[in-house]
Design a protein around this ligand. Sequence first.
Ligand code: 13P
Ligand code: SF4
Length: 312
Amino acid sequence: MVVKVDLKDKIYKLKKEKNAVILAHYYQRPEIQEVADYVGDSLGLSQKATGINADIIVFAGVHFMAETAKILNPTRKVVLPDLNAGCSLADSCPSDTFGNFTASYPNHTVITYINCSAEIKAMSDLVCTSSNALKIVNSVPKEKPIIFAPDQNLGKYIIKQTGRDMLLWDGSCIVHEAFCINKLLELYQKNPGAVIIAHPESEEHILKTATYIGSTAGMINYVKEHSKEKFIVATEAGILHEMRKKVPGVVLIPAPIKEDNTCACSECAYMKVNTLQKLYDCLLNESPQIDVPSAIRKKALLPIKRMLELSN
Ligand code: 13P
Ligand code: SF4
């Protein structure tokens, strides 16, 4: 009798043989989240990536996340299932243009959202994620002006919350900018008891409708801690998997996007290029690997470390 070995079992076996660890973001495909040793938001993943004992880190997420793990663990092999797993925010901020921009404002403190390249982190005083952005910005003395990049929507949200003087880079997340306010309001009217929760990468008019605004981990906790029957969720749809795991039976309605979204709601094409098969292959072949030139790594490590210290 031929016994078909399940791909998940092959991954578990190989992971053990190679002393590897799998870290996954909440936007990954459900089957990837299921084989991961740890699933989290960008802050949780960076915290988890500090001082990992495994020989190989398989990063099931996008490039900037794997790069951050490599910066924190230069002696470990970090592999990403598909090198095409990029990010529109990271792409919106090329290092040469950003370097010229920051050079024009030498008195500004440079804070960058973790969704950017290692080169951009190397030019930053502080890095933040959506979980700790307010804390990181508030850690800068009040009189100090700030450059915040690359997410203008998160930047506007922080300005509103803190009243800080911040110059914003004009990047945005293609997924969070796709939500349609008119369709969202229509949906809310049809579901009057529903609670709207949103990620701060969303546009201001979407955030205005939300009862809760927070990182992916924050949104999951909010659903867990509130016994409401229905949530309208304005972020990437991969998050629904963990929400349903945490609160079985909860009613979750993905926020509608501008295009006809009968099939795929709000999926990040970058996050979704990773598949279980590619995850297995990258662990087997130990490729593609993430590398960060040492000079950039050393500079980028400083603002990441500051962020981690401030987040403790
Ligand atoms: P968080 O998981 O940190 O909230 O970030 C969301 C995101 O867009 C990651 O790319
Ligand atoms: Fe980048 Fe947006 Fe995709 Fe997150 S959801 S990886 S911010 S494009």
